[in-house]
Write a protein that binds this ligand. Structure first.
Ligand code: 5GP
Length: 194
């Protein structure tokens, strides 16, 4: 997605060859117009298949799931990282290792909102090690729902997340794929739609 590539080059900052800071427009301060464009792009990519629900994980996936779900006109659901006191019903849970925090945490989704008849599109901000997305795939499988695909806004293609998700049988589409980066250079993978 060209506008996203340009924005990453303009406002993104590679802190190292591993970590990209995008809090100027993506996961702290948020550009709503870009976010809505991203939602429409994901909807276009995946809409050839029926989708009944968009699933993400709090917090940085929420606005992209909202934009995608609005474009598809379906509800979205976000997995919670802490068990809320109001979440009294039964839960699907999965363990996730956080790349940025270097710790394991549990994510959960109420059984009330994810069912075997659902056709689910998973959306998240980053595909890095793939652990967060694998946790969500695990939850979709626990529900017996159908996984339509996985959409990531930014993929760090030099990490092994994509191959792990492919091994789990997921169709993946990332809007910006970074081949490599360093504090003064970001290189994208050339794809047919970039
Ligand atoms: P995973 O390693 O499980 O694919 O990534 C989990 C989460 O870590 C992502 O959803 C994202 O929020 C965060 N993350 C991973 N790599 C980066 C990065 O390079 N920059 C930022 N800002 N967040 C990242």
């Amino acid at each position: 997605m060209k506008t996203l590539h340009q924005r990453i080059l303009l406002d993104g900052q590679a802190l190292s060859d591993q970590v990209l800071k995008v809090d100027a427009f993506l996961n702290h301060q948020v550009d709503p117009m870009l976010t809505m464009d991203i939602g429409r792009e994901f909807a276009n990519v995946f809409q050839s298949e029926p989708i009944t629900k968009v699933l993400t994980i709090e917090a940085s996936g929420i606005h992209f799931a909202l934009a995608t779900a609005a474009a598809l006109q379906v509800p979205f659901l976000y997995a919670k990282k802490k068990k809320a006191v109001t979440l009294t019903e039964e839960l699907y849970t999965a363990e996730v290792f956080s790349f940025t925090r270097q710790e394991t945490f549990q994510v959960s989704v109420s059984k009330r909102y994810l069912h075997a008849h659902d056709r689910v599109l998973i959306i998240d901000d980053f595909l890095a090690t793939g652990d967060a997305l694998l946790g969500l795939i695990n939850i979709v499988q626990q529900a017996g729902a159908h996984l339509v695909g996985v959409g990531a806004v930014i993929e760090k293609s030099f990490q092994d997340g994509r191959s792990k998700l492919e091994a789990a049988g997921a169709r993946i589409h990332s809007l910006a794929r970074i081949a490599s980066m360093s504090p003064n250079h970001i290189e994208f993978l050339e794809t047919s739609d970039s």
